[in-house]
Design a protein around this ligand. Structure first.
Ligand SMILES: Nc1ncnc2c1ncn2[C@@H]1O[C@H](COP(=O)(O)OP(=O)(O)O)[C@@H](O)[C@H]1O
Ligand SMILES: [Mg+2]
Length: 303
């Protein structure tokens, strides 16, 4: 059964502590009825081109649901409204006050002293190879039954496979982290998936892509990272991470992706209300996910 889209409503003033990192308007809120952990309330941005609401909310919710299907640990997302502004809430990946996040840029610079932590765009030191080194002493995320011998990097490679599947373009070095707890270090569940699934495209273009498979394919193939060195295509980036992961991890992630049916994808996407995601966008997102899954699986079988 897919999870239903159930929006939580907040009034101004509900917001508590500001979250200083990242770019959007967002605040930490306590929601005792949903458990002990705080939630990060993130507003969907207004599109500067015409003042419409950008689809970061449905993208973030949908990617979380897809992550569950793929077996990628990710922050739980619920849709929300802050008065009349669309938003999501993201449940803290920290289980209690004894845990802290150490972001990718800090993890990388601890391993490579010359690593430039402050770069916003393409970073000459940011490669899957460097990340594998930096995660060498880190355990995989908690609360999952990983196959014996699975490393943090084996899981991180799965994050990149998910990004390539969902056209997620935002895996910069502050959008993944390690959870520190006393002297334990574990990869954090994945978070910040709003920049995905073509959330910024216009419906007129989506209509054209739905009518012309080659157009959609060209669009999907252009999807690239702006942050890793060489600005690789998302599929190439996922493969370079998976090729550096263990053989069992490669097989594990490919099998998980292979098992996902079009029906399963459609049943997730169809939960998003039509007032938030147009009919055309529903169809586009399903078609994009089907296309990207095929591209990734074809890439695997041809290696
Ligand atoms: N679910 C979460 N649990 C813990 N920390 C989070 C979570 N989501 C976001 N954060 C923290 O808040 C920062 C900003 O949130 P993020 O989702 O990345 O928003 P933005 O899109 O503005 O970058 C992250 O870099 C991370 O430090
Ligand atoms: Mg972020």
């Amino acid at each position: 059964m897919p999870t239903a889209w159930e929006s939580l409503h907040f009034m101004r003033g509900a917001a508590e502590a500001d979250e200083p990192m990242g770019s959007k308007e967002k605040w930490w809120v306590e929601l005792p009825m949903l458990g002990e952990r705080p939630w990060l309330l993130k507003l969907a941005r207004l599109d500067e081109r015409d003042g419409t609401v950008s689809g970061e909310d449905w993208a973030e919710w949908t990617v979380h649901q897809l992550a569950e299907q793929l077996g990628v640990p990710s922050a739980t997302i619920r849709p929300a409204m802050l008065e009349n502004r669309r938003a999501i809430i993201s449940r803290s990946v920290l289980r209690d006050d004894f845990e802290y996040l150490d972001h990718g840029n800090s993890v990388l610079s601890a391993r490579f002293p010359g690593y430039d932590q402050s770069v916003q765009g393409e970073n000459p030191g940011y490669t899957p190879f460097a990340v594998r080194h930096a995660l060498a002493e880190v355990a995989p995320p908690a609360d999952n039954d990983w196959p014996a011998g699975f490393t943090a990097f084996d899981v991180w490679a799965g994050y990149l496979l998910m990004d390539a599947w969902t056209a997620g373009r935002d895996r910069h070095h502050e959008n993944w982290a390690v959870v520190l707890r006393a002297d334990e270090r574990r990869l954090a569940p994945s978070f910040d998936h709003g920049n995905a699934l073509g959330f910024q495209e216009r419906d007129e273009r989506r209509v054209r892509m739905l009518a012309d498979e080659a157009h959609l394919m060209r669009w999907a193939e252009r999807g690239a990272s702006r942050h890793f060195v060489g600005q690789p295509k998302l599929t190439d980036l996922a493969w370079s991470a998976l090729n550096l992961a263990s053989r069992q991890a490669r097989r594990f992630w490919v099998e998980r992706l292979d098992e996902i049916s079009e029906d399963a994808v459609r049943s997730v996407v169809s939960q998003v209300p039509r007032g938030i995601m147009s009919e055309v966008t529903h169809r586009f997102v399903v078609q994009l996910l089907v296309t990207n899954r095929r591209r990734l699986l074809d890439g695997y079988s041809s290696t």
